[in-house]
Design a binder for this molecule. Structure first.
Ligand SMILES: N[C@@H](CCC(=O)N[C@@H](CS)C(=O)NCC(=O)O)C(=O)O
Length: 206
């Protein structure tokens, strides 16, 4: 298996976590420059990472679809998508919320900050939304180690951690503006969220 990546990619981080939990080795991590997507486009027909080239010649895109493929291909040692239908439905709904709804405010803040004259009131409204949701994650982690109370991390934890980790941690050489938005606006008094970030940071990466 070969995986195409760019440095500091949150969506690539999801895939590295899922493979690490499954103990699956990758033949090659192919690192690309963020401003040159030609090789990624040539392989996959689109510009975004991660892109997986499977051993049987398939090309996979979209991080959580790749995580679902990893879980189905290597069910051991533990399922990332639980078989219990009710729990599975909750986790699927969380992933949809995270990818479709949660990402909107930080993306909008980033886009606004790139404008010549950013609108401070619009940014403040998005910041309030982002900070409000932090209380929801803190609630989900109250009295349990993972977002949905599973014994180990589920696909929900893998989905959210590469983004929510900016609540308490950063990489010194990461100058990505979207990550800067998270670093600026996620921190707060969230002890259970902070403990979860520390717990997730100890998991193996492929
Ligand atoms: N839905 C895709 C989104 C992938 C994505 O946005 N990847 C980022 C890196 S974290 C990227 O390649 N961005 C390049 C760009 O926006 O030009 C997924 O989950 O894999």
């Amino acid at each position: 298996m070969r995986i195409h990546a760019i440095p500091h990619s949150t969506n690539v981080h999801r895939v590295a976590l899922a493979l690490g939990l499954k103990g699956v080795a990758v033949d090659a991590w192919v690192q690309h420059a963020p401003d040159d997507r030609a090789a990624i486009r040539a392989v996959s027909g689109q510009d975004l990472v991660p892109v997986v080239e499977t051993d049987d010649g398939r090309i996979l895109t979209d991080s959580m679809s790749i995580v679902a493929w990893i879980d189905a291909t290597w069910p051991e040692p533990a399922r990332l998508y639980p078989e219990d239908p009710a729990l599975r439905a909750q986790i699927d709904a969380f992933i949809t919320f995270f990818n479709v709804v949660w990402k909107l405010p930080p993306n909008a803040i980033e886009a606004e900050r790139r404008r010549a004259r950013p609108d401070a009131a619009r940014i403040a409204a998005w910041v309030a939304q982002l900070q409000g949701w932090q209380h929801g994650f803190e609630g989900l982690l109250h009295g349990r180690p993972y977002l949905f109370g599973t014994d180990g991390p589920s696909a929900a934890d893998i989905c959210a951690y590469p983004f929510l980790r900016f609540t308490t941690s950063s990489d010194p050489d990461d100058d990505d503006l979207f990550h800067g938005v998270l670093l600026e606006h996620l921190p707060g008094d969230f002890p259970d969220l902070a403990a979860w970030i520390a717990r997730m940071a100890r998991l193996p990466l492929s």
